[in-house]
Design a binder for this molecule. Structure first.
Ligand code: PGA
Length: 254
């Protein structure tokens, strides 16, 4: 397996004025690690503050959303090139909160994934089922539809840079994590789907993260699963010690 990836998703938390001291602390305490990549994704207004703090540190910068268009009359939106200009390397796309609160469609998410790759950004494509879908045993078909629609038009080479984050909606912000077995089962399904559509080599290279109430207390068991290549961490990424402990668990599995 390649490098493990741990991504902190701050969501709409922390003021821009609070971002700098927090990131300084994280930078100072983050060990240099060969086999783990760490990315933090603050809200847009904190990106220009974060970039100089994280320069020459092992921590990379991510955004939480992006427009699929290159520029122009799209009031309130942020283009891929604007993110690149702020030294952003990764972008979370299709998060369940964007799909549900902002009605992002499969087509829009697919367009964003393509735009990110075309602009040299690494898309972190989020997908996952609701509680009701799991209870109806529909989780695999739901996630398959979300994955396949987002791969539309991608070549194998391009798709290798994609990161997929499996985030069961019932586990997000609830403290109710998927068990390592439940997560591994879905990750293996995702890997098989990637192999079917993009070939074995690409499927091996795409990193598949688990997200949904990842904490220091459950990270190690999750990261030990063969198809879990790291985590997308929400709430726990707002606490520096907790986030550092999660990163340390990834390091011990790498
Ligand atoms: P959580 O959020 O870790 O707070 O459950 C994860 C996410 O939504 O990315």
């Amino acid at each position: 397996m390649g490098k493990l990836l741990v991504v902190g998703n701050w969501k709409m938390n922390r003021m821009p004025s609070e971002a700098e001291p927090f990131l300084r602390q994280l930078r100072e305490q983050m060990p240099a690690m060969q086999h783990v990549t760490v990315v933090v994704c603050p809200p847009f207004p904190s990106l220009p503050i974060a970039a100089p703090v994280l320069e020459k540190s092992p921590i990379q910068l991510g955004a939480q959303n992006m427009c699929w268009a290159r520029g122009g009359a799209f009031t309130g939106e942020v283009s891929p090139a604007m993110l690149r200009d702020l030294y952003v390397t990764h972008v979370i796309l299709g998060h369940s909160e964007r799909r549900s609160h902002f009605h992002e469609t499969l087509e829009q998410i697919a367009a964003k994934v393509r735009a990110a790759l075309d602009n040299g950004l690494i898309p972190i494509l989020c997908l996952g089922e609701t509680q009701a879908e799991r209870e109806a045993a529909r989780q695999s078909s739901v996630v398959e539809r979300q994955l396949i629609s987002a791969l539309e038009g991608l070549g194998e080479e391009q798709a290798r840079r994609l990161v997929v984050a499996y985030e069961p909606i019932w586990a997000i912000g609830t403290g109710k994590t998927a068990t390592p077995d439940q997560a591994q089962e879905m990750h293996a399904t995702l890997r098989q789907l990637l192999a079917k559509h993009l070939g074995e080599e690409t499927a091996r290279r795409v990193r598949i993260l688990y997200g949904g109430s990842v904490q220091a207390a459950n990270a190690l068991e999750l990261f030990r699963q063969p198809d879990i290549d790291g985590g997308l961490v929400g709430g726990a990424s707002l606490d520096a010690n907790e986030f550092l402990a999660i990163v340390a668990h990834a390091h011990s599995c790498a």
